[in-house]
Design a protein around this ligand. Structure first.
Ligand SMILES: Cc1ncc(C[n+]2csc(CCOP(=O)(O)OP(=O)(O)O)c2C)c(N)n1
Ligand SMILES: [Mg+2]
Length: 279
């Protein structure tokens, strides 16, 4: 990928981080840690990889995304608003009683392909969509993002088995490997390691990347597209809370909103980063 494109994606990701923070601080609640760990991946998907049409969100030929870790709606709503699926001003109404932007991801929001929030189910939905593409003879790709704690759920592995069995090469699963779940380190709760070998054994193509490096993210999507006869699993090594130093790798920021002072500190840090990227 050329340097200008990579720079522009990094700038966009910073704006998406600001959007996610805005939503969570306005609501006074929400899942910011795991939102910041997938922001770079979501930005690469919506601003580079996926075929979507903001004017026609339900276009049959669009690529689909299932955010299986549906508690991270601030990141998905943040990227969809940045892309223009709905006005950015709506983010301040996140989690309000009359808002369509609820705490977990809802299909009623323009640009959303699947309602999620009950962990463990999203990959099964994505497998169904990927199978449907073949049956309907429509050429689209399906992306599913799961948490590394989430993959402790058994249903994920039934879905993995069926995707391997049906050779769903239009399906890409991304594991947000931030090493933390709600109660702490994934290795202390129920280790899913080695994640790549598990997908490999279900007949998947597996790629391990740094989930904050735009070039590696885009490269992995390219490799997935070139892989025939197998689905691809991208194990993305990430940092929970990425981009806001005091939130990084701290389990306590899983589902907590910053107060006003913390919010302002987070915004200044991201704005300083933006300046740095712009040069
Ligand atoms: C079936 C189900 N069980 C429990 C929860 C509550 N819950 C929400 S987030 C979370 C932790 C998920 O950890 P991980 O998948 O690693 O997410 P991330 O680190 O990306 O936030 C839990 C247990 C849920 N949403 N669904
Ligand atoms: Mg996690």
């Amino acid at each position: 990928m050329d340097a200008t494109k990579s720079k522009s994606l990094r700038e966009t990701a910073a704006h998406v981080r600001l959007n996610a923070l805005k939503a969570v601080v306005s609501a006074g609640s929400g899942h910011i840690g795991g939102s910041l760990s997938i922001t770079d991946i979501l930005t690469a998907l919506y601003f580079h990889q996926m075929k979507v049409d903001v004017k026609n969100p339900k276009w049959e030929g669009r690529d689909r995304l299932v955010l299986s870790k549906g508690h991270c709606s601030p990141a998905l709503y943040g990227v969809l608003a940045e892309k223009g699926f709905f006005p950015k001003e709506e983010l301040k109404d996140f989690r309000q009683i009359d808002s369509r932007l609820s705490g977990h991801v809802e299909i009623s929001v323009p640009g959303v392909d699947m309602s999620t929030g009950s962990l463990g189910q999203g990959l099964s939905a994505a497998v169904g969509m990927a199978l449907a593409a073949g049956m309907d003879k429509v050429d689209y790709r399906v992306y599913a993002i799961m948490g590394d704690g989430e993959i402790e759920e058994g249903q994920i592995w039934e879905a993995a088995m069926s995707a391997g069995h049906y050779k769903l090469d239009n399906l890409v699963a991304i594991v947000d490997n931030n090493n933390l779940q709600i109660d702490g380190q994934i290795t202390d709760v129920m280790s899913p390691y080695p994640i790549d070998k598990k997908f490999d054994s279900f007949n998947w193509n597996t790629i391990v990347i740094d989930g904050h490096d735009m070039d590696q993210i885009i490269d992995a999507f390219d490799q997935a597209e070139k892989t025939k006869g197998k689905p691809t699993a991208i194990i993305a090594k990430t940092v929970k809370g990425k981009g806001v130093s005091f939130m990084e790798n701290v389990a306590g920021w899983h589902g907590k909103a910053p107060d006003q002072t913390q919010y302002e500190a987070a915004v200044s840090e991201i704005e300083a980063y933006l300046e740095e990227v712009r040069g």
